[in-house]
Design a protein. Structure first.
Length: 208
């Protein structure tokens, strides 16, 4: 039996003032998009390895987020184990019409068996990743947000699904709209990107 497809969510913002719609898309050539995708996957691999190491240590609570630049990602001489990514989606936005791209990558990932978990403890987890980064004028990447959970721990660490960009307060600047999904249900959250951080403008209460 063919699995049912997921419903598509389309945001709508009510505004008393008439304003021209903004696409907030960042135009890219195919080669440029490929390069950005490669760089984002390099950052994503660091995040997934950190989560795998955390689970192997028997700790469910994620560590405090740390910013990771492109220069930092090249610091290690020895090449660590690489995650296997599937379902990769990369969207690139110009949220403030400043020609500085904001990148949002979502993906699933798996790690080599020996790095996934303590020895002899069942099926390796499937990791669910959401990563937001900003590229500056020098081409360096700055992580603004990272969330890596897995299919066995949605009760303590929800996953984030990107819905779209919205202008939530009518100032012409775009915000990121996510759906946060956990075992308790789902809720919507709106984030504004300021510098190298995400600030929540709205966060709903999880419900079924």
């Amino acid at each position: 039996m063919k699995a049912a497809s997921q419903p598509q969510l389309i945001p709508a913002i009510s505004d008393a003032n008439i304003s021209d719609p903004q696409p907030y898309t960042y135009d890219l050539k195919p080669d440029d998009e490929k390069q950005l995708r490669t760089k984002m996957l390099e950052l994503a691999a660091i995040e997934v390895r950190a989560r795998a190491k955390q689970l192997a240590s028997g700790t469910d609570t994620p560590p405090e987020p740390a910013h990771t630049s492109k220069r930092q990602s090249r610091a290690s001489a020895a090449k660590p184990a690489q995650p296997d990514f599937t379902g990769v989606q990369l969207r690139v936005f110009d949220l403030s019409n400043s020609n500085e791209p904001v990148l949002v990558l979502t993906a699933k990932a798996s790690m080599p068996q020996r790095l996934n978990q303590k020895e002899g403890t069942g099926t390796p987890p499937e990791y669910l990743l959401t990563l937001v980064a900003r590229e500056d004028i020098n081409g360096d990447f700055h992580k603004a947000f990272s969330n890596v959970t897995d299919t066995e721990h949605l009760d303590v660490l929800p996953k984030y699904e990107l819905i779209d960009v919205v202008d939530a307060d009518g100032d012409g600047r775009g915000e990121l709209l996510f759906r946060k999904v956990s075992d308790a249900g789902s809720a919507f959250v709106v984030y504004r990107v300021i510098g190298d951080q995400l600030y929540a403008l709205f966060e709903g209460t999880p419900g079924r």
